[in-house]
Design a protein around this ligand. Structure first.
Ligand SMILES: [Cu+2]
Length: 181
């Protein structure tokens, strides 16, 4: 009798642990998909998944679910507006501030001062290792008009230090941002 009771309680503990262990994972995945999708897109995703679950072949069913999840994850990410963490003033002839910090995945934006008389640009001169050529190209402007110009928001996805200059006034117009995890 005693032994049976002990086994029973072990079983209950294991069940409770199992439930507790499963809960965070399912919650996290709901949150991730919920973030950037409209109600209509959420319904479409649900419908697409339902269709997948009807597939008898296990491998095909898995592939179907994977594809649907991937498609809507991509969509949700593309719809999330980046948070502008740093706004940099572009002035005659200095950036303000001249240095800053932000988190990976946040955005930076440059705003030209309305009292400017000089043209300027934003030119990335060095960045974290692993920055792609596309990223580098994407972080440089042509020479601007003196006023009425903005650049960004640009999301920075690599940690490390990005050094910018205005190549027209490169000795005085310098700006660096340190991106952290
Ligand atoms: Cu300049």
């Amino acid at each position: 009798m005693k032994r049976a009771a002990a086994w029973l309680s072990v079983g209950i503990v294991a069940l409770a642990l199992g439930a507790a262990g499963a809960a965070p994972t399912s919650m996290a995945s709901t949150d991730a998909t919920a973030s950037g999708l409209t109600a209509k897109q959420k319904r479409a995703k649900k419908k697409a998944l339902k269709k997948c679950y009807k597939i008898r072949n296990k491998a095909k069913r898995k592939r179907c679910v994977k594809n649907v999840n991937r498609k809507y994850k991509k969509l949700s990410q593309s719809q999330v507006k980046p948070k502008v963490a740093v706004t940099v003033g572009v002035n005659d002839d200095y950036f303000s501030p001249s240095s800053s910090t932000m988190k990976k995945g946040q955005a930076i934006k440059w705003v030209w001062n309305n009292n400017n008389r000089n043209a300027h640009n934003v030119t990335l001169v060095s960045g974290p290792a692993g920055l792609t050529a596309k990223d580098k190209y994407n972080l440089t402007t042509p020479n601007s008009p003196a006023v009425g110009y903005t650049f960004g928001p640009k999301v920075l996805n690599q940690t490390g230090t990005y050094n910018f200059v205005c190549s027209l006034h490169s000795t005085v117009m310098v700006f660096s941002v340190n991106v952290t995890n």
